[in-house]
Design a protein around this ligand. Structure first.
Ligand code: IVH
Length: 711
């Protein structure tokens, strides 16, 4: 459910901006995880971009509020469990985005300014391929390993999977290959191959992919490379990583030519541009070409062609300054709302969903759209039977953009949002200031209980393999599993169920059919399930355990922060009881944690106040050994946490470069000298700031000394 930002940037107060930035950093981390790690996005691209734009606007207005966990400081998400890891010696970065044509000139101007009003900038424009980034390493011209982007620093080892892709040269077509070179680009699935695959999947009753990108990701990130081989994947090369000889090419254009001669497919719709007008023309032509391309693209990428200039421009925390991505608008189509139904979530939230007359939107069949909440339906005035415009942006959750009012029939009545839970009938209330209506059935509402169980076994929580939604629903309905602790008693119950009926005294009263005897189950699958459950009893990571409890507003990122701050579950549990008293130090400690404000704190404390929750935790802890949290973050740069002031004319770098570099190493860069300053770095003709530093006894370093220190 996307949050709406009602206060215009111009009017927003610092306090409100701080809250919004906090919300955005955590929400976007969660969305990144869903997108990159689980190939299962829950925010649409345009929703994600709305958040991103708001975050950037807020950060631009209040630079001092930029958070340590700002979305602009992260790249993608960390690696999927099960793959071995490959670390990228040269990080695989991401691209900044622009959305409007007017931003093209801003991008060019900012480059010129950074370079000290450089004249002509040669821009190399390419399509932005909508697939999955890869890096392929060649040693002496032979393909040796391949990786996904992962979090930019560490990716998944997909060597065997990449090898199955016909487009990838296993040997570079050259007599003089460099000792080491990593070629990077995008793996994608051709639109026709995607349709074929889905047809085959449907025939076999297997998972249907929402779009070619998801199909490519799902196919490339297979632990079994035989499956990858069966799926037809393609690739384009567009950049490089580590290289032992950096004199092979001096521009993006030269790189593309050489990569092509080595045997890599290169996207042909590329162009040199000199002015913002030429770039805009390229962009608009690309929009025209898009439907006829055999692969999905989601925008254009503009790169400074000259590598010397690229080097001078350098990088922000996770994106190069010398490139940007110009994203396309979402794809749209017209269809009919056949029904509006209400889903009940884990926390009782009633979420309306529109069932649509299936429609092809940019190559993907869309049959439902999220309506977010009651107000959203009212605001857009969406009614059953209406003709509507739906939009999809390379993702799984389409949205209704607008209703075509002229086509509305008289019988299309206003939708009345239910005031009772459709699953359990309990009253559903909507708190003041809340957009969501929630079922009050709590523990008695089956929909909530089932969703809580699904959450408990899900990948970021206990990650119990093979425990699919269908089993949970069946087991719940049979009364076999009512709450998470019951999962760990299932094996015992199942063993008891095998005891013959007439053994009256030891028979379990629930009287159910042993799993082994059920249709679709065999001894092996039952063993697998119990092995998967039992393997989670030891050394459960603290942050996963916290997340698995399903406390409202405690997502993976917040759970991790709680784990870091409390170290042990028992400590946290004890302190949460004391935190009932808002004057206690324990309460203050809780709300001083980055993502936890008073609202989240209230949910956490209320969770622990509920006797039933305490009982389930006690039962869980009887089965599960939760490990204490060990912090392995590397805070190793000599200037991490230090405050630095640059003054005078620097010779080896521009002021912007120096600042960017220091920030990257974890330092704070200040504009003026104070007692809080740790180092003052002086260039030529340094004036009053150097004097002040002397007076305050602050360490003064020349540019060379400074560079030596951080090298
Ligand atoms: S250049 C340092 N060129 O878009 C930047 N990326 O959001 C290196 N992408 O991670 C990337 N088409 O996976 C580049 N022509 C293109 C691209 C492209 C698609 C992807 C890539 C990257 C993401 C950035």
């Amino acid at each position: 459910m996307i949050k709406e930002f009602t206060t215009p940037i111009e009017n927003i107060s610092e306090t409100a901006a701080k809250e919004e930035l906090k919300f955005l950093s955590f929400e976007m981390a969660r969305a990144d995880d869903a997108y990159y790690k689980h190939d299962n996005p829950y925010l649409s691209d345009s929703e994600y971009d709305t958040y991103k734009k708001r975050n950037n606007d807020l950060e631009a207005k209040f630079p001092h509020l930029i958070r340590e966990n700002s979305p602009n400081k992260r790249v993608g998400a960390s690696v999927k469990d099960g793959f071995s890891k490959i670390s990228h010696n040269v990080p695989m970065l991401s691209l900044s985005n622009i959305f409007e044509e007017t931003e093209i000139a801003e991008f060019i101007d900012s480059i010129k300014r950074f370079l000290g009003n450089h004249n002509n900038i040669d821009i190399f424009a390419e399509p932005k391929i909508d697939g999955l980034g890869f890096s392929a390493r060649y040693e002496d011209g032979i393909f040796v390993s391949g990786a996904t982007r992962g979090d930019g620093k560490t990716g998944e080892d997909i060597t065997l999977n990449l090898k199955t892709i016909y487009d990838l040269p296993l040997k570079l077509n050259t007599n003089k290959p460099p000792k080491i070179v990593e070629i990077r680009g995008e793996v994608y699935m051709d639109k026709n191959d995607f349709l074929e695959l889905n047809k085959k999947q449907a025939e076999l009753g297997k998972k249907i992919f929402a779009n070619p990108r998801n199909a490519a990701a799902g196919s490339l990130r297979q632990l079994d490379s035989k499956i990858t081989k069966e799926r037809k994947l393609s690739l384009f090369a567009y950049t490089w990583g580590e290289i032992s000889d950096d004199s092979l090419w001096s521009s993006q254009q030269e790189f593309m030519n050489i990569a092509k001669s080595w045997g890599f497919p290169i996207c042909e719709h590329i162009k040199h541009c000199q002015t913002p007008q030429e770039i805009a023309k390229y962009y608009n032509e690309l929009i025209e070409k898009r439907p006829n391309l055999s692969y999905d693209i989601d925008g254009a990428v503009y790169k400074v062609n000259d590598l010397n200039l690229q080097e001078r421009l350098g990088f922000l925390t996770k994106t190069p300054r010398w490139a940007t991505a110009h994203k396309f608008e979402a794809e749209k189509a017209e269809t009919i709302v056949n029904n509006i139904r209400i889903q009940v979530g884990r926390t009782g939230a009633l979420t309306p969903v529109a069932d649509l007359e299936p429609i092809n939107v940019g190559g993907v069949i869309v049959s439902h759209a999220t309506l977010h909440n009651e107000d959203e339906i009212k605001r857009k005035d969406i009614r059953i039977g209406d003709r509507v415009i739906v939009q999809r942006a390379g993702d799984v959750i389409p949205q209704i953009v607008t209703v075509i009012k002229e086509k509305r029939k008289d019988e299309n009545q206003e939708f009345i949002f239910p005031h009772n839970c459709p699953e359990c009938g309990a009253y559903a209330i909507r708190e003041e200031d809340e957009a969501v209506r929630r079922c009050t059935g709590g523990l008695t509402c089956p929909a909530q209980a089932i969703e809580r169980l699904k959450h408990f076994v899900s990948r970021n929580a206990f990650d119990i393999e093979g425990f699919g939604s269908r089993y949970i629903e069946d087991f719940y309905k049979e009364g076999l599993i009512k709450n998470p602790a019951d999962i760990f008693e299932l094996q015992k119950k199942n063993e008891q169920a095998q005891i013959p009926q007439d053994d009256f005294f030891s028979k379990d009263e629930s009287n159910f059919e042993p799993l082994e005897k059920r249709e679709g189950w065999g001894k092996k699958s039952v063993d697998n399930l119990f092995n998967a459950i039992n393997s989670k009893k030891q050394n459960m990571e603290l942050n996963r355990f916290i997340y698995s409890l399903g406390i409202r507003q405690v997502g993976t990122a917040t759970a991790l922060l709680i784990a870091k701050n409390y170290g042990a579950f028992a400590t946290w549990q004890k302190e949460m009881q004391i935190a009932n008293d808002k004057n206690s130090e324990e309460y203050q400690k809780l709300i001083s944690i980055d993502s936890i404000g008073e609202v989240v704190a209230k949910d956490i404390i209320e969770f622990f106040n509920e006797t039933h929750n305490q009982e389930i935790i006690a039962k869980l802890l009887a089965h599960v050994n939760v490990a204490n949290y060990i912090d392995d973050t590397d805070y190793s740069s000599p200037i991490t946490g230090k405050t630095i002031v640059f003054t005078g004319t620097l010779e080896k770098m521009t002021r912007s470069e120096a600042k960017a570099n220091a920030l990257k190493l974890g330092a704070k860069v200040a504009g003026s000298v104070s007692t809080k300053t740790d180092f003052v770095i002086i260039g030529a003709n340094a004036g009053s700031k150097a004097k002040q530093a002397k007076e305050l006894n602050i360490t003064i370093l020349t540019e060379t000394e400074y560079l030596e220190m951080i090298s």
